[in-house]
Design a protein around this ligand. Sequence first.
Ligand code: PLP
Length: 393
Amino acid sequence: MSGSHFLFVPGPSNVPAAVQQAIHCPMEDHRNPTIPGLIQPLLEDLKKVLLTKNGKTIFFPSSGTGCWEAALQSTLNIGDKVLGASFGQFSMLWLDMCKRLQFEPIIMEEEWGTGANLENYHKHLSEDKNHSIKAVLVCQNETATGVKSDVLGVRKILDDLNHPALLMVDGVSSVASYEFRMDDWGVDCVVSGSQKGFMMPAGLGILGVSEKAIEAMKNSNYPTCYFDVADMIEKTSGGFLPYTPPVNLLRGFRVALDLIFEEGLENIWKRHYRLAEGTRKAITDGWGLELCAKEEKWYSDTVSAIVVPEGCDAVPVISTAFNKYNLALGAGLAKVAGKVFRIGHLGDLNECMLFGAISGAEMAMIDNGIKVEPGSGAAAASKYWTKNPVGDK
Ligand SMILES: *Cc1c(COP(=O)(O)O)cnc(C)c1O
């Protein structure tokens, strides 16, 4: 197909040319003496993205899911109770993993399109007088439904109740895109991955752990090997990994982090809000459609899930977009399969690129008989973006 491919799934996101070029380098000995000079600054700089001074950062040659596993196995014991809310494919899968790894998850089912319900966290934690809940899980950005949750709100509940459980956050599709503060929010484990806000190919699982989480590792008897976080911290402190690191990805990571610092974290957060808000205007004001996220407080700044009208199917919209317009949109997952399609708006992105996604999705809807006005999405986004030059709320 001629022209550019438009990649608008909520991860993998677009990889900037400079990062691609850095990755495209000859193989090298992963124990050569320049490696610590690559790895140690990466880990230090990663702290600046997670906003932690006291915590430790590591990465595994895995995707984000590997770090879900690493965080749980390294800090908990078999049979430990874990509290978490399930309101979409990813929040559900992390809790499902807890079951499969023989922890005992207490699963708070919430309606898809809503997020972490603080009242329910409060209820379970306040009833847990003997502190048998050892970890509290929050998915900061539910990528399946485009829903953001209030991590600080959960921290406050733990503090108010003086509850010692570890606070674990899935930040795979939020970290490096919108506000996340590891130290200020008292997060003990935060999981991310390279292929979303970090603007890299998939292949690096990213993990931040607090001093408290590191203490908990000493009391964990869960058998770990590849995903042993304490091992990884020890080995990387010397500048090497315990096994072959994906050096090319790490060379790309260097450039990706430099790009992040060049723009500035807060500017990145503002840009994501602004791009997301323009996209939402296209969806609601332009097309007259609804977001899967039920209320404004849940709106995600990295992905929008668009509900197709009753009686319509989102699946052919996605295939028309791909086959006819060279545009990759995100599919509806599990409960919302066929009911939504998703536009990812995270990473290396600007307004004009998003116009491509908005107009392409619009044409694919029209092709499939969904009644939206030609040009209405771009018009609504354009109106918003020209009137609001910076992404202040
Ligand atoms: C993408 C994603 C994951 C899974 O990450 P992988 O890198 O695919 O393993 C987990 N949680 C959320 C919120 C995600 O968006």
